[in-house]
Design a protein around this ligand. Structure first.
Ligand code: UDX
Length: 458
C-alpha cells in the first residue's frame, strides 16, 4: 500500500452492474495509490458499505427504481437520471466539498460515469474538476464521437432505408451499418441526444479514463487523442490489478458458487460459458434455439439465465421439461455466476457473450475466445472488433438459430479456423498481463493519472 496522499476523490457510478463494476474497481485502484475514496450511490442497486470498510458512502434519493427497466427505454431513463437527480446530487456534492475544505483532506476531483453528463456542469458550478470514467471501450466511444457526421450522412438517428445493413460505413471503419452502436428504441432522437451529451461533456472535462489498454485499442485511443484536447488514460484491465480482484465481488446479486465444483468435473477447455450480462433480454423462441444449439453441440455448457430475462417467463419455464436433467450433467444453468472466476477456470473453452465491455475485457484477460451475440449500443461495436479486428471470436451473424449455434461452437472449439482464434486469444491474454507490469502501458498511464489528479486545482 502506498502512503496516503492527503486528497479525497468523490466517485459517482451509474447504478447498473456493468457500470458499478469498473467504477468500484477504479476506486480500489486509486485507494491503493493513496487517495481517500467517497462514493455517492443511488438508493436502489446499492452496494453494502460494510463490504468496503476503506470507503465512505453517501446515498442519494432517486425517487424511482430500475425494477421494471426495459432496455428499449434506456434513452428516456438516461435523460431521467440526468435531469431528476441533478439537484440532490449538487446538494450532496456541495456539502462534501464544504466539509472537506475544513478538513485536512480536500477533494481533488469528482470522477463520474460519462453517462452522467449533467455532473460536468455541477462540478463546474462548485469549481471542482471532474474526470469522466467511460465504462465502454475506446473503439465504441470513437463511433459515438462520429455521431454528428453519421447523422449528416443519414445513418442516424436510425439508418435510412437507402442503406444495406451489410454496407461498410466509411466514417467508422471497420463497422458496417448493422454494427453502428444503436439501440432498438421508440426514441432514436433521445438516444442521439444522450450520446452527444455524453461526448460533449466528456470533451470539456478534466480527463477521461478507459478500462482498456494501448495494445488492444491503440488506433482508437490515438484517434480520440487527436479529437479530445483533454488527457486520456487507458489504465485497464482494472480487475487484474489485484490478485483476488474480480468484478463479481461488486455483484448486486449473490453469485451461485455451484459453478466452480461443476466446472472442476469437466475436461480442460471443453465448456461453453454463456452469459448475456446484466441487462439483455431474450424472447422465449430465442431461448429455445439457444438451448437446442447448446445441447446439439455436444459440449458441456454453463449458462446464466437471470430471473425475468426471458420475456413472459419467471425463469426456465420456457425450456422443455427435463431439458437439463436429460443431458446427464452436461449442462448447468444458474441465475448469476462468479464470472471472472468462471472465465479463469481451465475447463472453460469459449464464452458466448453479448459483448458488454466488461465481459469482453474479462474474456480477453483469460484468453477465452468468444462467440458474439451483441444486442445493442457499444456491444455491436465490440463484437465487430472481437471478430474482425482482434480476431479472437466468431459472431453469430444470423442471430440465434440452433444449427448456426451448433456449427459455431464446433468451429471455435474443434476446427482449424478455431485453432487460430484460440491461439490469438492466448497471445492477447499475455499482452493484457504485461501492460500492468512495471514499465507496461497501463502501468505508465496509471502513474500519469495519479500525477494529473494531484496537479488539479479546485
Ligand atoms: C452494460 C452494457 O450492456 C454494456 O454494453 C456496457 O459496455 C456496460 O454496461 P452489461 O450488459 O451488464 O453492461 O454487460 P457487461 O459490460 O459485460 O457487464 C456485466 C458485468 O457483470 C461483468 O463484469 C460480469 O463479470 C458481471 N457478471 C455477469 C457476473 O458477475 N455474473 C454473471 O452471471 C453475469
Amino acid at each position: 500500500m502506498e502512503k496516503r496522499v492527503g486528497r479525497r476523490l468523490v466517485l459517482f457510478p451509474l447504478p447498473v452492474q456493468g457500470h458499478i463494476n469498473p467504477m468500484l474497481e477504479l476506486a480500489h485502484l486509486l485507494y491503493s495509490k493513496g487517495f481517500s475514496i467517497t462514493i455517492i450511490q443511488s438508493d436502489f442497486n446499492s452496494l453494502n458499505p460494510s463490504k468496503y470498510p476503506n470507503f465512505t458512502f453517501h446515498s442519494l434519493f432517486y425517487g424511482f427504481s430500475l425494477a421494471d427497466l426495459k432496455v428499449e427505454d434506456f434513452p428516456s431513463l438516461a435523460i431521467l437520471f440526468n435531469n431528476r437527480i441533478k439537484n440532490p446530487f449538487k446538494e450532496c456534492l456541495a456539502k462534501l466539498v464544504r466539509d472537506a475544505s475544513e478538513s485536512e483532506e480536500p477533494i481533488a476531483c469528482l470522477i463520474s460515469d460519462a453517462l452522467y453528463y449533467f455532473t460536468q456542469s455541477v462540478a463546474n458550478s462548485l469549481q471542482l474538476p471532474r474526470i469522466a470514467l467511460r465504462t465502454g471501450g475506446s473503439s465504441s466511444t470513437l463511433a459515438y464521437v462520429a455521431f454528428p457526421s453519421l447523422k449528416e450522412k443519414g445513418y442516424l438517428p436510425t439508418p435510412g432505408s437507402q442503406f444495406d445493413v451489410e454496407e461498410a460505413v466509411a466514417e467508422v471503419p471497420p463497422l458496417r451499418v448493422k454494427d453502428l452502436p444503436l439501440i432498438n428504441t421508440k426514441h432514436p432522437d433521445k438516444f442521439y441526444e444522450v450520446i452527444c451529451n455524453l461526448v460533449n461533456e466528456t470533451m470539456v472535462s478534466s480527463g477521461v479514463i478507459f478500462n482498456t489498454f494501448e495494445e488492444l485499442e491503440s488506433l482508437a485511443l490515438a484517434k480520440l487523442r487527436q479529437q479530445f484536447s483533454i488527457p486520456i488514460f487507458s489504465i485497464g484491465p482494472f480487475h487484474k490489478y489485484f490478485p483476488s480482484g474480480s468484478g463479481s465481488s461488486n455483484s448486486l446479486v449473490t453469485p451461485d458458487e455451484t459453478c466452480i465444483p461443476w466446472l472442476d468435473k469437466q475436461e480442460p477447455k471443453s465448456v461453453v460459458y454463456v452469459s448475456f450480462g446484466s441487462l439483455a433480454a431474450l424472447a422465449e423462441i430465442e431461448m429455445l434455439e439457444i438451448a437446442w444449439g447448446l445441447a446439439n453441440s455436444n459440449h458441456p455448457f454453463l449458462w446464466v439465465v437471470r430471473p425475468g430475462m426471458i420475456g413472459g417467463s419467471e425463469w426456465l419455464e420456457g425450456l422443455p421439461s427435463g431439458f437439463v436433467e436429460n443431458l446427464g450433467g452436461r449442462g448447468h444453468i444458474v441465475k448469476w455466476a462468479p464470472q471472472p472466476q468462471v472465465l479463469a477456470h481451465p475447463a472453460v473453452g469459449a464464452f458466448w457473450t453479448h459483448c458488454g465491455w466488461n465481459s469482453t475485457v474479462e474474456s480477453i484477460c483469460e484468453g477465452v475466445p468468444m462467440i458474439c451475440m451483441p444486442r445493442f449500443t457499444d456491444q455491436l461495436v465490440n463484437a465487430r472488433y472481437v471478430s474482425h479486428v482482434w480476431k479472437i471470436g466468431l459472431q453469430l451473424e444470423k442471430g440465434s438459430e440452433r444449427g448456426e449455434i451448433e456449427r459455431t461452437i464446433r468451429k471455435l472449439l474443434e476446427e482449424n479456423e478455431g485453432k487460430e482464434i484460440r491461439e490469438r486469444s492466448s497471445s492477447l491474454k499475455e499482452k493484457a498481463k504485461l501492460c500492468l507490469k512495471q514499465g507496461g502501458s497501463s502501468y505508465h498511464s496509471l502513474e500519469a493519472l495519479v500525477a494529473h489528479i494531484l496537479s488539479l486545482e479546485s
